[in-house]
Design a protein around this ligand. Structure first.
Ligand SMILES: *Cc1c(COP(=O)(O)O)cnc(C)c1O
Length: 398
């Protein structure tokens, strides 16, 4: 099986760098590699495996649906698709006042939303520095990282980047020509960066003042990740419940590992895309929709929002105790921290060596996005190991 890594190198395009492990199996918050070694998965497939691995509710829902009706095409409707759309609108507080378009990934949800903004008759979009919105040409045009963008320019234009969390800069950039402002409630890929608590509300006021759409990218932060259904509804992220956004995009955790993306638009924005304006072959297929419904049901049934809030507090306060950690950020189980030295890669390898999967989005930052079903005991096993992992990475002995 070591041989699989070599074969990977021969057969797969080198877009991700060499894989760290060959994984063969998962259960709950654990995965196993090809040697049978167990790891605690504190990344959850990058905030995707909300119910962990092989959750019986997800397995049962997907299996039954696939046995019943797996794919139709968007010439036809299925009940799971309609139920999921209704459910998401409900959770957003937009029942009867919004519509959903289903896609298969985050970047596709954002691409659809970007096209929707063009139907306002305006083309200017304001995005934020440090933002990540995906890899298709449109989503990439809204993503700030030069290294991702430059090899593919020219990208769709008329995008202004402003510093994240800076309401004055946003007010300066938005004009009556602005179609939309796109913003993440917490910047996930940047290492879980939080804006001031009033920021989203200010973004709502600024956009409303110019007839521009407010577009929240909740692809990483949505569906229970922060302890609320949507991060912008979480008082730990947005001071007063930010007024309804015009556009919300979702993907990662929505179907617990089954590929899905969703564009939700509310109010007048809900009718901007009309017949022929956009499409998809797979989007909204009944298996993906059923998987998402199972995730939503399970979050509710298992009381995971409360669990995620409480466990997140515990983990963040414990991580904060080490002097080598200079800042801990995030909400619920989307957690980012800054190290006093640029050794996040070393910390991540020391963790892997010790049986923990974590992530290093920047040289100084560590990100955790474990399954929402992570238990306190599992979290504690990591917290106990944490100082030793820092010792190893910093090159000091315990
Ligand atoms: C992951 C992510 C995307 C892109 O999603 P993909 O499914 O990888 O295309 C877009 N926006 C945010 C905030 C993300 O975290």
């Amino acid at each position: 099986m070591e041989d699989l890594k070599a074969r990977y190198g021969q057969a797969l395009m080198n877009t991700f760098g060499p894989p760290k492990l060959v994984l063969t199996r998962g259960q709950g918050a654990h995965v196993w590699d090809h040697t049978g070694r167990q790891y605690l998965d504190l990344l959850g497939g990058i905030a995707v495996n909300s119910l962990g691995h092989a959750h019986p509710a997800l397995v049962e829902a997907v299996t039954t649906q696939l046995q019943t009706l797996g794919h139709v095409s968007n010439f036809f409707a299925t009940e799971p698709q309609v139920r999921l759309a209704e459910r998401l609108l409900d959770l957003l507080g937009a029942a009867g006042n919004g519509k959903v378009f289903f896609a298969n990934s985050g970047t596709e949800a954002n691409e659809a939303a970007f096209k929707l903004t063009r139907r306002t008759g305006r083309t200017h979009v304001v995005a934020t520095e440090g933002a990540f919105h995906g890899r298709t040409m449109g989503a990439l045009a809204l993503t700030s990282k030069a290294a991702y963008r430059e090899p593919f320019e020219p990208l769709p234009g008329n995008v202004t980047f402003v510093p994240y969390g800076d309401a004055a800069a946003l007010a300066e950039a938005v004009t009556d020509q602005t179609a939309a402002v796109i913003v993440e409630p917490l910047q996930g890929e940047a290492g879980v960066v939080a804006p001031p608590l009033l920021y989203l509300q200010q973004a709502r006021e600024i956009t409303s003042g110019h007839g521009a759409l407010l577009w929240l990218d909740e692809i990483q932060t949505g569906i229970g990740r922060t302890g609320a259904w949507f991060a912008h509804q979480n008082p730990a992220v947005a001071a007063s419940q930010a007024a309804l956004a015009d556009i919300v995009t979702l993907a990662k955790g929505l179907a617990g590992g089954f590929p899905i993306g969703a564009l939700i638009a509310t109010g007048e924005a809900a009718d901007l895309l009309g017949p022929g304006n956009h499409g998809t072959t797979f989007g909204g297929n009944p298996v993906a929709a059923t998987a998402a419904l199972a995730v939503l049901d399970t979050i509710e049934k298992e009381g995971l929002l409360e669990h995620v809030t409480a466990l997140g507090h515990h983990v963040r306060s414990e991580l904060d105790k080490d002097d080598r950690v200079t800042e801990v950020r995030g909400a619920g189980l989307l957690i980012g921290l800054d190290l006093s030295e640029p050794v996040s890669a070393e910390v991540t390898s020391a963790a892997l060596e010790a049986g923990f999967i974590i992530n290093n989005p920047t040289p100084e930052r560590i990100r955790l996005a474990p399954p929402l079903v992570l238990t306190e005991e599992q979290a504690d096993s990591f917290l106990v190991a944490w100082p030793g992992l820092l010792d190893t990475a910093y090159g000091t002995s315990p």
